[in-house]
Design a protein around this ligand. Structure first.
Ligand code: GLN
Length: 541
C-alpha cells in the first residue's frame, strides 16, 4: 500500500525544502523502497517554462519533455529516479483542468468551487500515474501562510483524513534563528508556524528545524512542548558544507528511525557508503581549476543550478575543486576586453541562453577560447553561437546570424519551418511561447573517431533538449569548411546535435543540455572530460 509524505515549509522561504525532500527520498531509496517524488507549486503559471530564471531559478526539463521546477532536478540528482511530467503540478494546471471540465459540462450543473472541485483535482494529481510505489513524497512550494497555497494544504488535510495516520506523514520544515545580541536560539517563529498549520487543520508529525549551528536540547524540548510533538519528532538540521551532506545529517538525527516507527516499517540497515565516500572526497579535494561561465543570467547561480551541480559532480570525480566565475557577457562586448576578463581561466563555458542581448560578448568569449586553445564547452545557445562565430570567419559568410536576433540574409541558426519549406515539422507554435520548443529526450548518433565518441564510448546517446532554433541544414557544408566537425547528428541526419573544432584540443558544442542528466552517482562524461582537459591545460600553462 502506497504511503504519502507531505513536506511543507514555514517561517521563511529558501530553507532548502527541496534538498530535505531529496535527502529523505535518497534515504528511502537506499533503504530499498520504490518511490515517486512530486512538487506542488502554488503559482498560477501552467509551468515555469515562461518564467525568468533570474527570478525563479532554472527550468528543469524531464525526459518526457516537461518544463518543471528546478527542485525536480534535485530529486533526480539525489535519487537517480527519473522525474516525469506528472511529477510537477501548479495552480495554473489545476485551474485550467477544472475550467476545461466546467466548459465541457462535466460538473453537471453544480457550482464549481475551490472545495471540493479544486481540492479534488489536486488530490487526483497526487495519486495519478502511480505503480504501486511504497512512497509518494510531495513537496509543497511556498511558505505556510501564503494565500496561494491554501487549496493545496486543504487538499492535504483531506487526504490525511482519507488515508489515516498510518499511511500519511506531515513533515514541516522551519527556521530556528540564532539571535547573537541575546546569545540565544529563538523557537517562537517555529511555534507560530506550527500554529498556522494547526489553524488549517494540519498537525505536523515531524519538524525539521533549520539552523545555522547546533542548538541545545532545551530548545528542542521547548519546541516539542509548544508544538505537540515528542522530543524525537523534532529534528535539527544545521548548515551543511555541501547539499550532499544533508542525507547523512538527517540520518544522524534519526529521520529513518522516526519513519520506521510512524509507518511501522522494518528498515534494518541503510547503506550510506556512497554519501560517506562522496563527502570524504569533497573535503579532501587536491586539485583546483577556474572556469568562466559567460552568460546573461549571471546574477543568480540558481538560474543555472544543474550546470553548477554537474561541474561539481565531475569535479569530485576528477578530485578537483571547480571554481566557477559567472561572467556577464555584456561586459565583453568589445573583443579587446576579452583578454583581461578571461585570461586567468582554464576553461570557458557558454551555457544555454535566449535573445540577442549579450550575445556578442558570448561570441567574443568563444573566439578567445578558440584562438588561445582554451578548453571550451558551448551548451545549446553556446553551440549555436560557436557556429555563428566560426562561419563569420569564412569568406562570404561574415554576416551569419540566427533568426532569433531578427531578419538576416544568412540564417545559419533558424527554426526548422523556416528552412524546410512546405514540409510538416514537429510542433513549433510561433504565437505561444509556452511549450513551443523541442523539449525532452532525443537520440543522437555520434561519428566514430571524434572527441565526443571517445568521451561517450558509444554511438547512440539520449540527451535532453530545450530550444526553439536549430542549425540550418542548408549551411552544413560551409560550417564544416570553417573548421568544425559535425560529430553528432539526429538519426535522420538533419539536425546538428554536437560539434567540435578540428584544430583545437578540446572545443565542443552540444545542442542539448548534458547538465540535466548529471548526478553524483553518474557524473556526466562530457563534464568529466571537460574538467580533465582543463587540468591538462593548467599543467601546460
Ligand atoms: N535560444 C536558443 C533557442 O531557442 C537556445 C536555447 C537554449 O540555450 N536553451 O534555440
Amino acid at each position: 500500500m502506497t504511503k504519502y509524505i507531505f513536506i511543507t515549509g514555514g517561517v521563511v522561504s529558501s530553507l532548502g525544502k527541496g534538498i530535505v525532500t531529496s535527502s529523505l527520498a535518497s534515504l528511502l531509496k537506499l533503504s530499498k523502497f520504490n518511490l515517486r517524488i512530486r512538487k506542488l507549486d502554488p503559482y498560477l503559471n501552467i509551468d515555469p517554462g515562461t518564467m525568468n530564471p533570474a527570478q525563479h531559478g532554472e527550468v528543469f526539463v524531464t525526459d518526457d519533455g516537461a518544463e518543471t521546477d528546478m527542485d525536480l532536478g534535485h530529486y533526480e540528482r539525489f535519487t537517480g529516479i527519473i522525474s516525469k511530467k506528472s511529477d510537477n503540478i501548479t495552480t495554473g494546471k489545476v485551474y485550467s483542468e477544472v475550467l476545461r471540465k466546467e466548459r465541457k459540462g462535466d460538473y453537471l450543473g453544480s457550482t464549481v468551487q475551490v472545495i471540493p472541485h479544486v481540492t479534488n483535482e489536486i488530490k487526483k494529481f497526487i495519486k495519478k500515474d502511480l505503480k504501486n510505489e511504497d512512497f509518494v513524497i510531495c513537496e509543497i512550494g511556498g511558505t505556510v501562510g501564503d494565500i496561494e497555497s491554501l487549496p493545496f494544504l486543504e487538499a492535504l488535510r483531506q487526504l490525511r483524513n482519507e488515508l489515516g495516520k498510518e499511511k500519511s506523514l506531515f513533515i514541516h520544515i522551519t527556521l530556528v534563528p540564532f539571535i547573537s545580541s541575546a546569545n540565544e536560539f529563538k523557537t517562537k517563529p517555529t511555534q507560530h508556524s506550527v500554529k498556522e498549520l494547526l489553524g488549517l487543520g494540519i498537525q505536523p508529525d515531524l519538524l525539521i528545524c533549520r539552523t545555522e549551528k547546533k542548538f541545545s536540547k532545551d530548545s528542542k524540548k521547548k519546541i516539542s512542548l509548544f508544538c505537540n510533538l515528542s522530543l524525537d519528532s523534532v529534528l535539527m538540521l544545521e548548515n551543511a558544507q555541501t547539499i550532499y551532506e544533508v542525507p547523512l545529517k538527517l540520518h544522524n538525527e534519526g529521520l529513518l528511525r522516526k519513519l520506521n516507527s510512524h509507518f511501522a516499517l522494518k528498515i534494518k540497515k541503510t547503506n550510506l557508503d556512497f554519501w560517506n565516500k562522496f563527502y570524504q572526497k569533497f573535503v579532501c579535494l587536491e586539485k583546483e581549476i577556474n572556469v568562466a561561465i559567460v552568460g546573461k543570467y549571471t546574477n543568480l547561480s540558481e538560474s543555472y543550478k544543474s550546470l553548477n551541480e554537474a561541474l561539481f559532480h565531475s569535479g569530485i570525480f576528477n578530485n578537483t575543486r571547480v571554481k566557477i566565475s559567472w561572467i556577464d557577457s555584456r561586459r565583453i562586448k568589445d573583443f579587446n576586453k576579452t583578454q583581461k576578463t578571461l585570461e586567468n581561466f582554464q576553461g570557458i563555458l557558454v551555457p544555454g541562453g535566449f535573445g540577442k542581448e549579450g550575445s556578442s560578448g558570448k561570441i567574443n568569449a568563444i573566439k578567445f577560447a578558440k584562438t588561445f586553445k582554451i578548453p571550451f564547452l558551448g551548451i545549446c545557445f553556446g553551440m549555436q553561437l560557436a557556429i555563428i562565430e566560426s562561419l563569420r570567419n569564412l569568406k562570404g559568410y561574415e554576416k551569419s546570424s540566427s533568426t532569433e536576433f531578427g531578419k538576416t540574409d544568412f540564417p545559419v541558426i533558424s527554426m526548422m519551418h523556416e528552412w524546410e519549406k512546405g514540409k510538416k515539422i514537429h510542433k513549433q507554435d510561433l504565437d505561444n511561447l509556452g511549450g513551443s520548443m523541442r523539449l525532452g529526450s532525443y537520440k543522437s548518433i555520434l561519428k566514430k573517431n571524434t572527441l565526443v565518441f571517445k568521451i561517450y564510448k558509444k554511438t547512440k546517446i539520449f540527451e535532453r533538449h530545450r530550444h526553439r532554433y536549430e542549425v540550418n541544414y542548408n549551411y552544413l557544408k560551409p560550417i564544416v569548411n570553417s573548421g568544425i566537425t559535425l560529430s553528432g547528428m539526429s538519426p535522420n541526419k538533419k539536425l546538428v546535435e554536437i560539434i567540435e573544432r578540428t584544430n583545437h584540443p578540446w572545443f565542443i558544442g552540444v545542442q542539448f543540455h548534458p547538465e540535466l542528466k548529471s548526478t553524483p552517482f553518474k557524473p556526466h562524461p562530457i563534464f568529466n572530460s571537460f574538467i580533465s582537459a582543463m587540468l591538462k591545460f593548467k599543467s601546460k600553462s
